[in-house]
Design a protein around this ligand. Structure first.
Ligand SMILES: *Cc1c(COP(=O)(O)O)cnc(C)c1O
Length: 228
């Protein structure tokens, strides 16, 4: 199989599984945004995905993504979902329309300071790990305090929450918790209606528990060479 056919067939499988999961969750397909996580993959692969209709790409590294973004059409929504480094934020803000991994006020403040004409859409990353914050994300107990501060910053719009399932406990419990955290969060920040959760190994479970933005890499593009 050539690369084009391989990606096309993988993408179709993922899209079919998303529709089935939506049906069993009683949710509409239009509630779900599929972000193809393209970190470490070549620009050619992104072009194939673009030709198959994908317009949302997720990347973790500023340098890699800023290079890719200039080689691809302008109507792509780029999502940054990696660990934020303050000194990279200016560049990240130049290509990323959405930043999924804000977990510190100083980063939100910098995004606000760097804003241009349009506001920057962010997700606040919440930690599901025990102990919390071990792999990034704010402790759920400190989420409201952080969000209150972020919501006062000009030019930053909280779209919702983002989370990564715990490595050692990939079961349903983490998603049940996350949905409960998000529901409570929405009652205080009604504009934050989106939930960025679900990767190759757990996106169907994420759909069952209210995820709106799925970040899927290896199920579409295959194994990555490097661990990221
Ligand atoms: C790499 C990555 C993904 C995609 O993971 P896959 O298992 O390849 O689908 C999703 N979210 C984040 C934050 C990632 O770093």
């Amino acid at each position: 199989m050539n690369r084009q056919d391989e990606i096309k067939s993988n993408l179709k499988i993922v899209q079919d599984r998303i529709s089935i999961a939506c049906k069993s969750a009683g949710r509409g397909l239009e509630e779900i945004k599929l972000i193809a996580v393209t970190k470490t993959f070549a620009v050619e692969d992104l072009k194939i995905l673009y030709s198959l209709g994908i317009r949302d790409f997720g990347e973790n590294r500023d340098q890699e993504a800023s290079k890719k973004s200039v080689e691809l059409p302008k109507d792509i929504n780029w999502h940054f979902q990696g660990q934020i480094q303050s000194n990279k934020l200016k560049s990240i803000c130049s290509w990323a329309k959405f930043i999924h991994s804000v977990d510190q006020i100083k980063h939100a403040q910098l995004i606000s300071d760097l804003r241009t004409d349009s506001a920057k859409s962010i997700f606040i990353q919440v930690s599901l790990d025990d102990p919390p914050e071990s792999r990034g994300g704010v402790d759920p107990d400190k989420l409201e305090e952080l969000a209150s501060k972020v919501s006062r910053l000009p030019g930053v719009v909280i779209q919702g929450l983002m989370a990564v399932a715990p490595i050692d406990n990939p079961g349903t419990q983490a998603f049940v918790n996350l949905q409960r955290i998000h529901n409570l969060f929405k009652s205080k920040f009604p504009q934050a209606k989106y939930l960025s959760a679900g990767m190759s190994g757990d996106y169907e479970m994420a759909i069952l528990h209210g995820a709106t933005h799925l970040r899927i890499g290896s199920s579409i593009l295959g194994k990555r060479d490097q661990l990221q």
